[in-house]
Design a binder for this molecule. Structure first.
Ligand SMILES: [Zn+2]
Length: 162
């Protein structure tokens, strides 16, 4: 993705207050050319996470809340963005407040994702998940494309109420 400066990142958020956008701890040392979107956990506020996603000429920032680890009998789960299979501890339910009034009224949309939101790094083999992956016939490029489509749909759901 195209590099963004801190002011551009803070200005991109569509589902939180300006005050919250100002208080976000930004990630450091981003390898922009190897990232399709930014996703990070707030090191100073572990329940908070953020996505910054290119969308046409725009960049859309989403503030997320991370749920506590699930109590489930499943041993593993799949990230809804990058389709990486992880042990349950490495998957987190994230919820995003909808944009606009719907969000201020408390409406959210949730999805299960890589706990560290490092989807781009998993797809490029920079990070290895802790469990073996099912065989896939898609190339890396096709998998990145599929991820971008899924992220686009998630962002669209948040923006529907903008
Ligand atoms: Zn992922």
């Amino acid at each position: 993705m195209q590099p963004l400066d801190p002011a551009e990142i803070r200005a991109s958020f569509v589902n939180c207050s300006r005050g919250e956008a100002k208080s976000i701890t930004l990630p450091a040392d981003i390898p922009w050319e190897k990232r399709d979107f930014l996703g990070w956990r707030d090191v100073k506020a572990p329940g908070r996470a953020y996505l910054v996603v290119p969308r046409g000429d725009e960049v859309i920032g989403l503030s997320l809340r991370a749920a506590a680890p699930p109590k489930s009998r499943l041993r593993s789960n799949i990230c809804a963005f990058c389709t990486t299979t992880h042990p349950l501890a490495d998957i987190t339910l994230f919820s995003a407040r909808l944009a606009g009034k719907a969000g201020r009224d408390g409406n959210t949309v949730g999805t299960y994702l890589c706990s560290d939101l490092a989807c781009s790094a998993y797809l490029r083999g920079e990070l290895k998940p802790a469990v073996p992956q099912p065989k896939e016939t898609l190339s890396e490029e096709e998998r990145v494309e599929r991820m971008n489509e899924k992220i686009g749909r998630f962002v669209a759901r948040v923006l529907e109420t903008r």
